[in-house]
Design a protein around this ligand. Sequence first.
Ligand code: SF4
Ligand code: ZN
Length: 380
Amino acid sequence: MEATTNGHRVLTHMIQKLKKNNSYKSKNYEMTTVASSSISTGYLDGKQVKRIIFYLRGVGCSWCKLDYGGCSMCGHFHGTTKGDLMPEGAHLQQFKTEYAKYDFKEFPIVCIYNAGSLLSREEIRDYDFAEILKIIDADANIKHIIVESRPEFVTESAMQVMSSLLKSTSVEIGIGLESGSEIVRDLCINKGFSFGDYVKAAEVVKKYNFKLLTYITVKPLFLTINESIADVVESLKKLKHLADVVSLEPTSIQKWTLVDYFYSQGIYRIPSGWILKDIIEEIKDDLNDFGFELRIGGFEFYPTPQLYVSNCYRCNGDLYNAINVFNVNKSIDEMLRLKCECVKTYEMEKYNEQSLNTNSSLHARVSEIIADKLLSSYLK
Ligand code: SF4
Ligand SMILES: [Zn+2]
């Protein structure tokens, strides 16, 4: 499967211009140093553990590098060399230097991200990829590795390499499906692959007995709150017995993205934490039938988002605690018990959105939003 872009859409031209914005030129990055690494919470065999995330300095996501490619909410590209190649050994050196800083006795999970697809040989060379896997497998403390990839790079040959080099480390492969709906994935995200492409990749992952992690976006661009809740619920139903783990990812704001642009214009509103409570309410009776583990994520990105899911200063602590409790022991009680005055603002927003978006198709709505924006100063 080869990803093809859509140059006939205003939105993809906007993405293209945001990527090329000269006021935010790629820095002269040091190619042998990781972009960042961080310690975070992970889940292994039903227990909460610590994990280390290595954000390798990437050369740029293959999809984002294509003309008109790149996802509406993703600003990872701006933390990469934006297509400048790296010499052989650069990624390996990045990993080795950062790896030496940690004592892995406390960290059984390692995530290796590269702001794109770690399984794309255009983004990381064969040699570097294989050597990194060998280091990980040789470390008895590391039990589990998580990498991310678009489906087109989840190939038999990539799986064979991982399977042959990782003898004592289990593998989880994360794919950003974002939505089970073709139109939402295409128009609201500009994802550039179909559900069928995802299913093919899922089958390859399963064939090698690796775990399939799947990301679903909460509140993508152009969907109302109620539409997003329905989209998440439908997406989860489609993933029944297909994914092993599903992570709900509330949209965050990363600089120089389409989402950031519409946010800056007051057109897009970042999801409030109450949407997570609504989603949990909707699916609480199905949770045990999904056949996958459900998590709530969306906090770990590089470059770090400027804004992410929140409620108000009074109840944010309770919200993040409820997310953590859900992720650790799958208890929904804390989430369902959330209470605060700020829920009224959320309910008002839901109400207002519904009256604004009656009957129009998603395509018509997007065109109308762009037309309003273009004519706004002229018609004043
Ligand atoms: S979300 Fe993934 S596929 Fe989309 S542009 Fe970002 S790194 Fe690439
Ligand atoms: Zn509140």
